[in-house]
Write a protein that binds this ligand. Structure first.
Ligand SMILES: [Zn+2]
Length: 83
């Protein structure tokens, strides 16, 4: 079973469709059961699409990715107690 931390760490790969089918299924299953991760995924997806529209780039620079992940971690930590 995937934890929220696993989900977050795989999220950018998932959104870039770089995960294998097995992992993808697990991530989707986690999202279906975890509203928090669904929100994080949805927000990240939108952020990425805005970024891509702006830059027409195929990937997010790692510093942006790190900042995004940190922001989401903080947001999540403020709202939920991670088990
Ligand atoms: Zn979760």
């Amino acid at each position: 079973m995937l934890t929220c931390k696993d989900f977050i760490s795989e999220l950018t790969d998932y959104l870039d469709e770089r995960t294998d089918a097995d992992l993808r299924t697990k991530l989707e299953k986690h999202m279906a059961e975890c509203p928090n991760c669904w929100v994080v995924c949805d927000t990240t997806r939108k952020t990425i699409s805005v970024y891509k529209d702006h830059e027409k780039a195929c990937c997010i620079p790692s510093d942006v990715q790190t900042r995004l992940l940190l922001a989401f971690e903080k947001m999540r930590a403020a709202k939920t107690k991670v088990v």
